[in-house]
Design a protein around this ligand. Structure first.
Ligand code: C2E
Ligand code: MG
Ligand code: MG
Ligand code: MG
Length: 294
């Protein structure tokens, strides 16, 4: 039995191959039960306009609360879900729940008409030909317009994707959903992929945001991503924004939207509605600083 320690640490002491394999199998077995036993939950992190700190949308993120092990981080179980195929069920649960929640918030006037829900989709889900039909059914059911849903995929989808995946992406785009490339810059995609696939935007990976305002190379990378994205008519959002310095640097580099602990972490729906409803008091974050010429 795993000892209960910090999140995800519990079984990480032993790094021998045998124990790793064993831990994986144990987690997979537990994950299979998690869905049926209501151990999976969806939390929501605000996506904001950098300039104002006002929410423009939310990213839905899955959480696993195991009755004995406590909370298990997605970084640990999502790869297992992907390898075992469980990701289709888990991803489907998260998406349906997030769209249901968005429909409720829209009906209650908690969010604006243009507020969008961003959901992660794994390569496996994008290889299922029925996905566009399933999503359009959910949109109708929850009374959510297609432009209010964004699907986040990794660059690997464009690099390794099958012809089924290409077809699914085109149908999703035709439906009117936004298609975002998540963790942009960490994979092996190129300008060519962004032109060939019907993506609508990129999420600049946190690793390029961390050093902004301090590391000139990161500033140059973000500058290049913004220039390229604008040339292709793509929307840009930066993830992992933790400090006003990073936010200001992004703003002056031409990035309009961001996500990060500076504004808020992912929280359960009740808390999200309370803190981020239309009339909410915004977090106490200093205004954008003027550019300092050197
Ligand atoms: P992601 O899609 O890139 O999500 C952003 C991650 O960065 C989230 O981690 C979020 O909590 C974290 N984050 C946001 N702002 C900050 C910040 O300012 N600083 C730092 N240090 N971190 C920040 P989380 O929730 O642990 O999720 C990790 C990854 O697991 C996600 O990365 C995504 O790839 C995957 N994931 C989560 N939920 C789902 C899901 O429903 N389906 C699929 N396929 N993958 C999911
Ligand atoms: Mg994401
Ligand atoms: Mg991301
Ligand atoms: Mg990321």
């Amino acid at each position: 039995r795993a000892k209960r320690e910090g999140p995800g640490r519990s079984t990480m002491f032993d790094t021998s191959m045998h124990d790793q394999a064993r831990q994986r199998i144990e987690l997979e077995v537990a994950l299979r039960q998690a869905l049926g036993q209501n151990q999976l939950h969806v939390v929501y992190q605000p996506l904001v306009r950098l300039e104002t700190g006002m929410p423009v949308g939310a990213e839905a993120l899955v959480r696993w609360e195991h009755p004995e092990r406590g909370s298990i981080p997605p970084g640990l179980f999502i790869p297992i879900a992907e390898d075992s195929g469980l990701i289709s069920q888990i991803g489907g649960f998260v998406r349906a729940e997030a769209l249901r929640q968005l429909g409720e918030w829209r009906a209650q006037g908690i969010v604006s008409d243009s507020f969008y829900m961003s959901v992660n989709v794994s390569p496996r889900q994008l290889n299922e030909p029925e996905l566009p039909l399933v999503i359009s059914g959910e949109l109708a059911r929850y009374n959510v317009p297609p432009q209010c849903v964004a699907l986040e995929m990794t660059e690997s989808v464009m690099v390794d994707g099958s012809s089924v995946t290409a077809q699914v992406l085109f149908e999703l785009r035709q439906l009117g959903a936004k298609l975002l490339v998540d963790d942009f810059g960490t994979g092996f995609s190129s300008l060519g992929y962004l032109r060939r696939f019907p993506v609508t935007g990129v999420k600049i990976d946190r690793s390029f945001v961390t050093g902004l305002g301090k590391n000139e190379q990161d500033d140059e990378i973000v500058r290049a991503v913004v220039a390229m994205s604008h040339a292709l008519g793509l929307f840009v959002i930066a993830e992992g924004v933790e400090t006003p310095l990073q936010r200001d640097a992004l703003f002056h580099l031409g990035v309009v939207n961001g996500q990060g602990w500076l504004w808020g972490k992912a929280v359960p729906p009740g808390e999200f509605a309370e803190h981020w409803h239309l009339a909410a008091t915004l977090p106490d974050v200093p205004p954008i600083a003027a550019v300092t010429e050197n």
